[in-house]
Design a protein around this ligand. Structure first.
Ligand code: WTA
Length: 659
């Protein structure tokens, strides 16, 4: 059947990627994990595998049982007691790492602060005492709404020290979103700042917080970090508000003994968007989460004593929680933390930081990489990036062209790339190369981490044969998995379990496994198009579009189509120098058809100056869909730049390309 051939063509589009990148021999020889036997050992005895790794952490009391699993409820290290701040700070603060930088922070204006483990220990102790002085007790929730400043990880670790779960709200969120999260978590204390810097402008965090607090009456105390010196511009409410530096000074250096908590004690709540409008507060607990993040950080990022590790995520998202704060610090690593954006004051800001700080391990998002590609290789070329030895990506599927560009222009052709698949819900990296062993293929997150058991299933939950697409599920519990949705265990059970059996976790992602068992992520299942009864991953289409030299970035959505059920609309941001013409639109349609198959030919091509993205840099397809289908535009509070919308709408009304 002709149509089947076409679809097979689209599947093959990615699976035909034939470039292979074995680990460079010198890297492999020195890697933290070199023995493929780890996979076999974890398969034979997963609980034994995790338990052995857990012994590397510092426990206040050993566990009685490794795991209890009564789906969907899991408990890890039952009976064990542990404290996250002890593992991330205390155990490094007194020994050889005492004077080692834990956090190397750079502010957007260029100011800097380096905190050694000893200094971090002092700050975390003080902040813990400060929280206690405000009446925060074990189990109380603390909301943290800060820019990327050192006080953010300090506050998180201080909460962990006294057993008070934190809930970090990304500093880019609007007052309404902040209020919703404060109310849902029931926090009584809010930590914020007088402001933050973003592209030279001041983000009025305290003013936002004040507006949020008008709708969040449960908050009794507000602690304000002085970041931008906007004291004159903000109002401090007597009795409720106090300055961080004053409160910290008031408690002195007496030290705050860590509160030993059960392994299953809540460490934090982090909100993430779901399919409904109400964000979900995913709850992570202490022992299993620390194990999952510390072990993956050590193995996937191959962390060594002298590494300078930089994850560019914001700590407001799970990537920052797991791979700026808990994972790296539990390993006693040096983590770079940056307040600003990659293009301010110039498009080489990241590469300037890599050069000056001698960054060795660099972890960023595909969307950022495509941004760099669009700006041109001359920006990284201005800097000495020879300190880099390993690169990582996370957050979305990476198209092979971006992967190869990253490898060449950032990694100088010598750094392995770890494409890491995971979610807020999984807490830790789940599918990823181990850089000393795994032969990588551009565009594939490769293989499951030892002890992790993903599968690809059809609509009935049956495993599909290798080479076919389906739903990505996880068949075995892992230590860092979210335990529930805060305040809504039924939603947790319904959302993630039950579709294919009570013990099978549903990721919401589509994936294929190739003949060698490598996983190729296809994006969210709801982002998979059904064109004339055939499935096409938006990622494949976007990958095809950005493989055209004129395209810097693309987003593809399904639109209503009379004949095919769903048609394809492509939104493209062009590279500098390319001209948005009807001829180029036609060329792109032809290009995609050539790359994937005629069925993949976009019905419409829109040229846009910018794609609408959430604050976590995910393309808002829902919004593009609304625009393309002429519906009312939905909630846009999470848009990075609301002006983008107006522009896209105008483009829809006006410069629509040929049909
Ligand atoms: C997507 C971010 C392909 C995926 C850590 C997942 C990825 C969602 C990858 C989770 C990757 C993340 N390849 N897709 N390497 N990493 N995703 O909760 O759709 O912000 O379900 O967590 O991002 O996003 P979240």
């Amino acid at each position: 059947m002709a149509t089947t051939t076409i679809v097979t063509g689209s599947i093959e589009g990615l699976l035909q990627e034939e470039r292979r990148y074995p680990p460079p021999p010198a890297f492999a020889a020195a890697a933290n994990v070199r023995d493929p036997e780890v996979y076999e050992r974890a398969r034979r005895d997963p609980e034994g595998f995790w338990a052995e790794a857990a012994r590397e952490l510092t426990w206040e009391r050993p566990w009685d049982r490794v795991m209890d699993w009564t789906p969907p409820t899991v408990k890890w290290f039952v009976g064990g007691q542990i404290n996250a701040s002890v593992n991330c700070v205390d155990r490094h603060a007194h020994g050889e790492r005492r004077t080692k930088p834990a956090i190397v922070w750079e502010g957007e204006p260029g100011d800097e602060r380096v905190l050694t483990y000893e200094e971090l220990h002092r700050e975390v102790n003080r902040a813990a005492l400060m929280l206690k002085a405000l009446g925060v007790q074990k189990g109380d929730r603390v909301t943290i709404y800060l820019p990327m400043v050192p006080e953010l990880p300090i506050a998180m670790l201080a909460c962990a020290r006294i057993g008070a779960p934190h809930t970090v709200v990304f500093g880019g969120f609007a007052p309404e979103a902040l209020a919703g999260r404060i109310n849902d978590s029931g926090a009584k204390v809010l930590i914020t700042a007088d402001g933050g810097y973003r592209r030279g402008q001041i983000v009025p965090l305290k003013q936002n917080a004040d507006r949020a607090l008008a709708a969040a009456p449960g908050v009794e105390h507000v602690v304000v970090v002085e970041r931008v010196g906007a004291a004159a511009g903000i109002a401090m409410e007597p009795g409720r508000d106090r300055w961080w530096h004053e409160a910290m000074a008031a408690v002195g250096d007496g030290g705050c003994p860590p509160e030993p908590v059960d392994a299953e004690h809540p460490l934090y709540i982090l909100y993430t968007s779901g399919t409904t409008g109400k964000p979900k507060g995913l709850l992570h607990t202490t022992g299993g989460y620390l194990l999952g993040t510390s072990l993956t950080a050590k193995w996937v990022f191959d962390l060594k004593e002298d590494d300078i590790y930089w994850c560019t995520a914001d700590i407001g998202w799970v990537t920052g929680h797991s791979y700026i704060v808990y994972g790296p610090l539990a390993n006693g690593a040096t983590a770079v933390m940056f307040e600003g954006t990659p293009d301010y004051p110039d498009k080489d800001r990241f590469w300037d930081i890599v050069e000056r700080r001698r960054v060795t391990v660099f972890y960023t998002a595909p969307t950022a990489i495509r941004g760099f590609m669009g700006w041109g290789a001359e920006h990284p070329a201005k800097h000495d990036l020879s300190s880099l030895r390993l690169l990582g990506t996370v957050g979305e599927p990476i198209n092979p062209e971006a992967w190869v560009w990253y490898h060449e222009h950032i990694g100088g052709g010598r750094c392995p790339i770890v494409d890491t698949w995971w979610q807020t819900e999984t807490g830790m990296i789940m599918i990823s190369p181990l850089p000393g062993m795994t032969v990588t293929k551009p565009g594939s997150a490769t293989v499951p981490f030892p002890g992790v058991e993903p599968d690809v299933v059809d609509g009935q939950g049956n495993s599909v044969p290798l080479g076919q697409g389906g739903n990505l599920v996880l068949r075995r519990p892992w230590p860092a998995m979210a335990r529930t949705i805060w305040g809504d265990p039924d939603r947790y059970a319904a959302q993630y379990f039950g579709s294919y059996g009570p013990a099978v976790y549903v990721t919401g992602d589509g994936a294929r496994r190739d003949e060698e068992g490598y996983f190729w992520l296809m994006g969210r299942v709801d982002d998979v198009l059904n064109v004339a009864g055939h499935r096409l991953g938006t990622m494949e289409l976007e990958s095809a579009l950005v493989s055209h030299p004129a395209v810097a970035e693309a987003a593809v959505i399904g639109i209503g189509h009379e004949l095919k059920g769903q048609g394809i609309a492509a939104f493209a941001r062009l590279r500098v120098g390319a001209e948005a013409t009807d001829a180029l639109a036609e060329e792109l349609r032809r290009h995609v058809a050539e790359k994937i198959g005629p069925i993949a030919r976009p019905d419409r091509v829109y040229f846009v100056a910018e794609l609408p993205k959430t604050r976590s840099a995910k393309i808002m397809r829902r919004l593009l869909r609304d625009i393309a289908e002429g519906r009312v535009v939905g909630d846009t509070t999470t848009l990075t730049d609301p002006g983008v919308l107006a522009e896209i709408k105008a483009s829809y009304g006006g410069a629509e390309a040929v049909e």
